[in-house]
Ligand binder design. Structure first.
Ligand code: ATP
Ligand code: MG
Length: 471
């Protein structure tokens, strides 16, 4: 990856930019205002001293010590300029006010010219040959002169320069620290992000054993914990998938193995007809079992993929119960179970009629297969309190507490089950019920077991219920 496009580089550059911006702003705000404050203070001092100076000068205009005394008391150069022409206004320093200096220094000084022109006190800064000056010019119109107080700004400006220098130094150091801290912090973050990236790659590669660890309380820590929850969930799903495939292939292999055995036996020429018939019957049973298993596995895979769609429409549970009882009449007769539809009322729920029938078939088959011959089985419907239910009641031995916990798991078969089911019926029934916003309820004690499919109730249109079907 281009090093400038890493999160680390971007973070450090952003931090550097912010620090540089803040320093630039501080510099622009502090330095000019400091400079103007110092100059203003100097100009105010000079303007303050002017009245006394002018009064003193006007009293003794020819005092030779006036200028040196005034210079000492104001800490500024005090120069008297004569106005030598009016338009344009020109001024020139009087030689005796500038002992030992070149008269050129203050000739045509702009502040003095302004004051001569306006006859008012004028102030400002001027760059002379020997540095910058804060100047105050006081007009003395009746003598055609201007008294100029010029304070060198050298000392004040050197203070500003020192502050400026320190600010630049501090700025440079702050930038360096920002760069180092930004780089360090970014490296730390980048390392944690790379750790998460490696964890994601591991999970994508199907390796769920290593924990995604980051104990910090910040957003990356939160992300790592979310990753770890995902890892645990995926590990669970992966385990379930492997178990499912193992169980499914085992369930498929058993009848296939048995069919293979019977095929070999059937090749025996000397087999008598009744035995051959018996073998063929058993083989037909195994084929039926395989077909049912294939159907169940297909349903489960559709349920897992979310491709099993259910209609939600009003379902007359009474007619469905009747139809199921009629359908199972032959099996019930063969297994010697009295099977009956209890006409105890009418009920309509919301769901998919085909799926409701599929669930009732699963419950009915269980009630007929997992109970001793001779015990009666009853299908009933009921509707109350916004729920509509269709239930299958048997008088078998009931379901133990141990079985009850896992009864609805895929491939789970009860401990005492003799029948050769695959343990998929109730798992499918429960998932289908949930898909229709319903559920399967179980009530069981020795001698009476009731499995009920509970659906949201629907307004029932009154109709005649036919007589119960008894077998
Ligand atoms: N009415 C019942 N009475 C007693 N035990 C039951 C009853 N219904 C279900 N069971 C127990 O619950 C287990 C799971 O039932 P489920 O329908 O899921 O699987 P199965 O009947 O064994 O196989 P499959 O339905 O896939 O052919 C059964 O093996 C059985 O032990
Ligand atoms: Mg079953």
């Amino acid at each position: 990856m281009n090093p400038l496009r890493t999160v680390g580089a971007r973070l450090s550059l952003a931090l550097l930019g912010v620090v540089a911006l803040v320093l630039g702003l501080v510099y622009l705000i502090v330095v000019p205002s400091l400079k103007s404050r110092l100059v203003d203070a100097r100009l105010n001092d000079l303007a303050h001293a002017r009245s006394a100076l002018v009064a003193e000068y006007e009293q003794q205009p020819n005092d030779p010590d006036f200028f040196s005394n005034a210079a000492a008391s104001t800490n500024a150069r005090v120069v008297l300029l004569s106005v030598v022409s009016q338009s344009p206004t020109l001024v020139t320093p009087t030689q005796w006010s500038l002992p030992g200096r070149s008269p050129k220094a203050f000739t045509d000084d702009p502040i003095a010219i302004r004051s001569a022109r306006t006859s008012h006190l004028e102030r400002g800064t001027v760059s002379q040959r020997d540095g910058e000056f804060a100047e105050v010019a006081i007009p003395i119109p009746k003598r055609g002169e201007v008294l100029l107080l010029a304070a060198p700004l050298h000392d004040a400006l050197s203070d500003v320069n020192a502050v400026q220098g320190r600010l630049l130094l501090a700025g440079g150091l702050a930038l360096l620290v920002a760069l180092l801290v930004g780089y360090g912090a970014a490296r730390l973050f980048a390392r944690r992000i790379r750790r998460l990236e490696r964890a994601a790659d591991r999970i994508a590669g199907g390796r769920f054993d290593e924990q995604v660890a980051d104990r910090s309380a910040d957003e990356l820590g939160e992300l790592a914990r979310a990753f770890d929850r995902m890892r645990i969930r995926l590990a669970g799903l992966d385990h379930a998938r492997r178990e499912f495939v193992a169980n499914a292939s085992h369930e498929l292999r058993t009848p296939l193995f048995s069919l293979g055995g019977f095929l070999e036996l059937l090749e025996d020429e000397e087999l008598d007809e009744p035995t051959r018939r018996e073998f063929l019957d058993t083989m037909a049973g195994q084929v039926r079992r395989l077909t049912k298993l294939a159907d169940d596995l297909l349903d489960l895979s559709k349920l897992d993929a979310g491709r099993l769609h259910v209609e939600t429409q009003p379902v007359d549970l009474g007619s469905l119960a009747r139809a199921a009882v009629e359908e199972f009449a032959g099996v019930a007769l063969a297994l010697e179970h009295p099977l009956e539809y209890a006409r105890n009322g009418a009920a309509a729920g919301r769901g998919d009629p085909q799926r409701v029938l599929q669930i009732v078939r699963i419950l009915l088959e269980n009630a007929l297969v997992h109970t001793p011959s001779g015990t009666p089985v009853e299908v009933a419907v009921r509707s109350a309190d916004g729920r509509a239910e269709i239930s299958v009641t048997d008088e078998g031995p009931g379901i133990s507490d141990d079985d009850r916990a896992e009864l609805f798991e895929r491939f789970y078969r009860g401990e005492s089950t003799k029948a050769s089911g695959s343990g998929l019926g109730l798992a499918i029934a429960r998932e289908l019920a949930e898909l229709m916003s319903g559920r399967i309820e179980l009530e069981s004690k020795p001698g009476r077991t009731v499995f009920s499919l509970v659906l949201p109730a629907e307004e029932l249109t009154p109709r005649l219920e036919p007589e119960p079907v008894a077998v």
